[in-house]
Write a protein that binds this ligand. Structure first.
Ligand code: UDP
Ligand code: MN
Length: 254
């Protein structure tokens, strides 16, 4: 069997959550040997997410951990102020390390770990590209960082620099959606995790610095020439009329 791809997704309650998770889960249904680790940013598991997972047809693990209040983005804060999803990704890593610690058989430490936000758009081809990850594989991400795409630049089969609009001097100037890590590397580097206090743009670096060097990066997607994942963002729906009806006592409660 091919190595399992563990997809760690932070998610939080808002109007579009069910739509996002429906789209995501139905993309994942097209991918063989995928295990979805869905981590709610919440003090408890919600019935909405539990039900969606139970009906999804996917192999999954349902986790939760609430972002501490002082680290959480408040309504009206600019989105770049604090990193989002750091604690949830770390909770996913914690579960994986615990679950795979004791070898359960030859294949139990074979696998790939990918951090997939719930609002991005993923080609199913991306998962074929990452399946053979030895340590850390990388590829372009579309519609991110104020650019059509960001990407690692490859020369002679190696990543030599990064095409990015902003601070290319960061240790790993790439988006969360632009890399995958082997389960072996996750297990061999027990302390590698996301720093929820990392300054803007340094969250990915905070994790990757503990796992890999630039020279070791494995370029995928035709030497990083193809975009197979897009950092799309969903517009927050307006609820003006809903609220007007609520005020008249005519609102629907689902
Ligand atoms: N997220 C979360 N808690 C929050 C905000 C976001 O768990 O308070 C999750 C969100 O569901 C997504 C990931 O963290 O999977 C990244 O958040 P977002 O997509 O808003 O970040 P951006 O697109 O701005 O990078
Ligand atoms: Mn997003």
């Amino acid at each position: 069997t091919p190595p399992t791809i563990f997809v760690i997704t932070p998610t939080y309650s808002r109007f579009v959550q069910k739509a996002e998770l429906t789209r995501l889960s139905q993309t994942f249904l097209h991918v063989p040997q995928l295990h979805w680790v869905l981590v709610e940013d919440s003090p408890h598991k919600t019935p909405l997410v539990a039900g969606l997972l139970a009906d999804s047809g996917l192999a999954y693990t349902h986790l939760h951990t609430a972002t501490p209040k002082e680290r959480k983005l408040q309504d009206g804060d600019p989105s770049w102020l604090k990193p989002r999803g750091a604690e949830q990704r770390n909770e996913g890593l914690r579960w994986l390390r615990e679950d795979r610690r004791a070898p359960q058989g030859a294949d139990s430490q074979q696998g790939v770990v990918y951090f997939a936000d719930d609002d991005n758009t993923y080609s199913i081809q991306l998962f074929q590209e990452m399946r053979g990850t030895q340590r850390v594989s990388v590829w372009p991400v579309g519609l991110v960082g104020g650019m059509r795409y960001e990407r690692p630049v490859v020369e002679g089969g190696k990543v030599v620099r990064f095409h990015t609009g902003w601070r290319p001097s960061r240790p790993f100037p790439l988006d969360m959606a632009g890399f995958a890590v082997s389960l072996k590397a996750v297990l061999a580097n027990q302390d590698a995790c996301f720093d929820g206090n990392a300054p803007m743009g340094f969250l990915e670096s905070s994790f990757l610095q503990g796992v890999v060097t630039m020279e070791e990066l494995e370029p995928r997607a035709d030497n990083c020439s193809k975009v197979l994942v897009w950092h799309t963002r969903t517009e927050k729906p307006k609820m003006k009329r809903e609220e007007a009806l609520q005020a008249q006592g005519l609102g629907s409660d689902n």
